[in-house]
Structure formats: structure tokens, C-alpha cells
Design a protein around this ligand. Structure first.
Ligand SMILES: Nc1nc2c(ncn2[C@@H]2O[C@H](COP(=O)(O)OP(=O)(O)O)[C@@H](O)[C@H]2O)c(=O)[nH]1
Ligand SMILES: [Mg+2]
Length: 568
């Protein structure tokens, strides 16, 4: 079992010291950080507990200037370790981190009171009461508060216990199989070239596999994969790994770049989403202001449009449209965060519902369902639907997918063009429409024509149909019948007519045995009189009958005789 745990909390509250106490690794690894005593970059450390659970930590900076680094460390992580200094208590930075964890969709949180060696029991109890209150309304499932001290090493066993429990009870979200890695570090190793690190999503990456850099479209190949210092052939969802890449220089990559396997993803510069405005906002959120969008480890400026409302009150959630410049490979269900550049504060965050919004803002109603994501784009292939939604979508017919409404629109459009009682030229339909009528039970396709299916047709109930069927080859003349009805029946292909003599299509088809016999007797073709005699009909019937048989392709005329036709 392994899971990644991100630290969170105010600067200097003892996060790095706790990670060090648990893992023996100093996450403040950079010389500059050491000098300043500040984790300005992400620190990484891991340990295996006696029960075999791997605790893999991302230690994030708590200083407000480095919030962007903190966000990149937290995204894609399921478990947070929130650290609060027992001496100082809950601080504004604690508050901001706390909200960021929540909107980024962290499921489980472990909370540690740190530096407990510095305060007495009375203060500890006060702190615990305050924390309990703060955590009360959180949508993250929090552990009991654990008293710790990195100095006296007290509480560390309980902390490990709670972290293990969190790892074991974190349900893996039903995630897509598509592979993606948001880079959190890029560097070179002498002799092996470009290395990137990050947390793997989806099925993962293989040594020798090709990857694409979403922002630039550059390609590279994976030379080898390291997970916790060991070489592996592949990396899978949830693992932190280092990829050694060939075919790309270190300066072509940066933190925030996503690596993907190319055809699997829809690359986008806009999305519709549900945005939760932070409860701590001083005023309602509007589209005014300049925003930074954080997704995965990436961040860039973005514009915000609210859907259907002009403002979002603190603590409320609304659907929004977010636009940005640098292309991202996104999936519905991805979490994002918005910060306001002016005030340098987090304003909210939420969940992406549609990675390729098509509806105009005034009409957009994103809900995240497959149907709402496909709305207004007509028919797309199964592959395209998967790129847009991240999941396999069952085709409507053939390999085409669309929303319920678009399907109904297409059927309505066909219904209005294809007359109720007439055949319609297939070549007038688009390729997709042709496939639709082919698969649709209300339509019959044949001979380059499409007709509405007979079953649903009241015309079929007309007495003429029955009459012609009963009379077989000895039908009355159609001159005296209602010419309109006859014409409609002919157009629908139910009857065939020549020289005011009509035959039901089934009657003509039932003549196959007779025709076989005739051709047995006259292999070179039968004459009119032979046909007349075989069926016991008059000449006046026989000639139209032969012409109608020609029409449906059972026979063909050659000089004075009938030979087998193209549909025999
Ligand atoms: N007394 C005491 N000091 C601590 C403890 N843990 C950390 N410190 C001190 O608090 C300061 C900040 O610690 P650090 O782990 O870097 O905090 P971070 O910024 O949250 O990562 C350092 O000077 C540590 O020596 C503790 O348990 N007890
Ligand atoms: Mg630190």
C-alpha cells in the first residue's frame, strides 16, 4: 500500500521537522533553503512503516510567496498532513491551506499539533478546542488531533498510526485510464540527461514509450523510470516517479507542464466548471479581476465568466467558464484552483465539468454528465467522445456518439425531410445520416433510397393493400381506383404498377418458384405466352406483370423473352 501525503500549514509551524522525524530524510534539501531555513521548493521523503505501508511525503512551503508551489505539491494528492504550531495556533496561512485542500478534493486529513514541548497542558487543550471547531464543517474526513513534538519525538507513533489509517482508508477515485503526469521538478543528471518528477495518473508510463508535452507539443521518449530510487519498467497511477527522458532538453520543460500519451487527450484552452467560492471571501466573487488558474502543478493567468449569475457569494458554488492561453490536457472531474492576482489570495476552486464547452455562455448548463458534455456538438466518434469525457461512451449506432437532444434533433430533421409516403434519395443525406437511417428501425433502406418503415404507416391499413394481396396476379385495373392512394403505395414500394395494372410486392416475390420452373423449361428465357399459360392469366395482365418483375429485378427482358434479372 502506498499513498502520497502532502503537508500543509503556516510557515515555521514544524512541517519539515515532522517529516524529517518520521522519515529520517530532511525534505529541506536545497542549500539555499537550508541557509534560509525555509522550504521554498517541494521536498520529498518517504518511509516504510513496520506494517509495510509506504508513506510518501510531499513537503510544501508554508510561506505565502510560495503558495503556487504549495498548490502544485498538493494537487493530485489524496491525503493531507495539516500541521499547527501548538504555541502559535491557527494562522491565516493555515486557513488558506485548509481551504485549498478542501477545494482540491483532498479526501483524508491527518492533523498534528506540533511543538507541543513548548506549551503546557492548558494551552494544548485550548488549541485542541479551537482546531476541533475549525475542522467541524470541513468536507475532508479528519483524524483525531495528534499532539506531537519533533524535538521530544513524542506523538510520532500515533501520527504514523493515523497516517497509515488514512492511506488504508483512502478510496481510489474511479479515475480514467488515461495517462498524465504534471511535472513538479525538472533537472539534469550528469550522464543521463533530462529528468522530470511528478505523480502519475492513469495507466501510467512505460520505459521506451513516447510522451508528448502538452504546452509545446514536443515529443520525447522515456529512457528509464525511477520510483523511490529504484529502477522500474513502468509507473502506475498514484506513484511518484522520476522519468528520464531522451530527445528533449531540460530547457524545453518546466514545472506545470503535463506529459501525456498523445491521442488520448483533448487539449483545451477553456472549460466549464463548478466553482466553490471560499467562505472566507470578503466580498462576492465576480468576473472582474485578474485570476491565476492552478491545475495539477501548472499555473497561468485566466479569465473567469459566471454562468447565469453576476456574482457568487462567499461559500456558495456556481457554474463558471474559465479561459486561458496555454493549452492543457484536462479531464472532467479534474480539480482546479483560482487565485486573484491583485489580492494574491485564493478565491475558490472546484471541479471541471466540460473540457470543450460549445454552448454560448448564456445557454451553457454544464452538469458533468456525458450528455451535457456532448451537447451541441452533434455526432462525434467513440474515440472523440472518450477524449472529451475521459471514459468509454457506448455508441448510438455504428461508431457515433451524441447527446439525447442532438440525436432527437437529427431524427427530427430526417423526419421533416423524408416524406411520410415517399422514397427519398439516400445521396441527399450526410454520411452520418445515412448510417443513422440504416440503423434506425423507423427507416427502410434499399436501392439507394430510404423510406419510412411500413409498420408505422397508416397507409398500410388501406383496403387496397389487402385487396391487391388477395387478388394476386389477377388484379382489377387501377384506373377506377383512387389514383392518389395508388401513387403513394407505389412510391412506398408496397405495390408496383404498369399500364393501370398493379401487383403487391409480396405477390411478385411469391412467383419465384413459377419463374424457376419457366426457366427450367426454357433456359434461354420464357415468352409472354409461356408466362400467361403458367399462371393462367390474360395477355392484358401478363405484360404489366412481366414489366413489374423487371422493375424489382427478378427478370430482365432480352428481345422477346425474359431471362433472370439482377436480383434473381
Ligand atoms: N521546540 C520545537 N521546535 C520545533 C519543533 N519542530 C520544529 N521546530 C522548529 O521550528 C522551526 C520551523 O520548523 P520547520 O520544520 O522548518 O517548519 P516548516 O516551515 O513548517 O517546515 C525550526 O526552527 C525548528 O527547529 C518542535 O517539535 N519543537
Ligand atoms: Mg518546511
Amino acid at each position: 500500500m502506498m499513498a502520497i501525503i502532502a503537508t500543509a500549514g503556516h510557515v515555521d509551524h514544524g512541517k519539515s521537522s515532522l517529516v524529517m522525524a518520521l522519515t529520517g530524510v530532511d525534505p529541506d534539501r536545497l542549500a539555499e533553503e537550508k541557509r534560509r531555513g525555509l522550504t521554498i521548493d517541494l521536498g520529498f521523503a518517504h518511509t516504510t512503516t513496520p506494517s509495510g505501508t509506504v508513506l510518501s511525503f510531499i513537503d510544501v512551503p508554508g510561506h505565502s510567496d510560495f503558495i503556487r508551489t504549495m498548490i502544485s505539491g498538493v494537487s493530485g494528492v489524496n491525503i493531507a498532513l495539516l500541521v499547527v504550531d501548538a504555541f502559535e495556533g491557527w494562522k491565516p496561512q493555515t486557513e488558506e491551506h485548509f481551504h485549498i485542500l478542501s477545494v482540491l478534493g483532498i479526501q483524508r486529513g491527518v492533523i498534528a499539533l506540533s511543538k507541543c514541548d513548548k506549551v503546557d497542558n492548558k494551552v494544548l487543550q485550548e488549541r485542541e478546542m479551537e482546531l476541533a471547531q475549525r475542522l467541524h464543517s470541513s468536507n475532508i474526513s479528519w483524524s483525531p488531533i495528534i499532539r506531537t513534538s519533533a524535538v521530544s519525538q513524542s506523538g510520532l507513533d500515533s501520527l504514523v498510526e493515523q497516517l497509515e489509517l488514512a492511506v488504508q482508508t483512502t478510496t481510489k477515485s474511479q479515475e480514467s485510464k488515461r495517462s498524465r503526469l504534471f511535472i513538479d521538478r525538472v533537472f539534469t543528471i550528469k550522464g543521463s540527461g533530462t529528468v522530470v518528477t511528478g505523480t502519475v495518473e492513469g495507466e501510467g508510463f512505460q520505459v521506451g514509450g513516447d510522451i508528448a508535452v502538452v504546452r509545446t507539443g514536443d515529443n520525447a521518449r522515456i529512457r528509464n523510470i525511477h520510483i523511490h530510487g529504484e529502477e522500474h519498467n513502468q509507473s502506475i497511477s498514484g506513484q511518484r516517479c522520476a522519468l528520464n527522458l531522451s530527445g528533449i532538453e531540460v530547457n524545453q520543460l518546466r514545472r506545470g507542464d503535463a506529459l501525456v500519451i498523445n491521442p488520448e487527450w483533448h487539449i483545451t484552452t477553456a472549460f466549464d466548471a463548478r466553482l466553490d467560492a471560499l467562505p472566507s471571501l470578503q466580498q462576492p466573487l465576480t468576473h472582474r479581476g485578474s485570476f491565476m488558474l492552478h491545475v495539477g502543478t501548472s499555473s497561468q493567468s485566466a479569465s473567469l465568466r459566471l454562468i447565469g449569475v453576476s456574482s457568487i457569494a462567499p461559500g456558495e458554488s456556481q457554474t463558471v467558464r474559465v479561459r486561458f492561453k496555454e493549452p492543457l490536457a484536462l479531464s472532467p472531474g479534474d480539480r482546479f484552483l483560482l487565485r486573484e492576482t491583485g489580492t494574491n489570495s485564493t478565491v475558490g476552486g472546484g471541479i471541471i465539468l466540460d473540457v470543450d464547452p460549445r454552448s454560448p455562455l448564456s445557454r451553457s448548463q454544464p452538469t458533468g454528465t456525458i450528455d451535457s458534455q456532448l451537447e451541441n456538438r452533434g455526432f462525434v466518434t467513440v474515440e472523440e467522445a472518450r477524449r472529451l469525457t475521459g471514459v468509454h461512451v457506448a455508441p448510438r449506432f455504428g461508431h457515433w456518439v451524441c447527446s439525447d437532444r442532438d440525436y432527437q434533433r437529427a431524427v427530427d430533421s430526417l423526419n421533416s425531410r423524408i416524406p411520410a409516403h415517399d422514397a427519398y434519395d439516400l445521396s441527399l443525406l450526410s454520411e452520418i445520416e445515412r448510417e443513422l437511417v440504416d440503423a434506425h428501425p423507423d427507416y427502410v433502406v434499399g436501392d439507394g433510397l430510404v423510406r419510412k418503415a411500413a409498420t408505422a404507416d397508416p397507409l398500410l391499413q388501406h383496403p387496397y393493400v389487402d385487396m391487391l394481396l388477395r387478388e394476386g396476379v389477377t388484379t382489377t385495373e387501377t384506373k377506377t381506383l383512387d389514383r392518389n392512394i395508388i401513387r403513394l403505395l407505389v412510391n412506398k414500394g408496397i405495390i408496383l404498377e404498369h399500364d393501370f395494372v398493379a401487383f403487391h410486392i409480396e405477390v411478385l416475390q411469391s412467383l419465384r418458384p413459377t419463374l424457376t420452373e419457366l426457366w427450367n423449361l426454357s433456359p434461354q428465357g420464357f415468352t409472354m405466352s409461356e408466362l400467361r399459360e403458367a399462371l393462367g392469366i390474360t395477355r392484358k395482365r401478363a405484360l404489366p406483370l412481366a414489366v413489374c418483375l423487371d422493375k424489382i429485378g427478378l427478370t430482365r427482358r432480352r428481345d422477346d423473352v425474359r431471362i433472370p434479372g439482377p436480383r434473381w
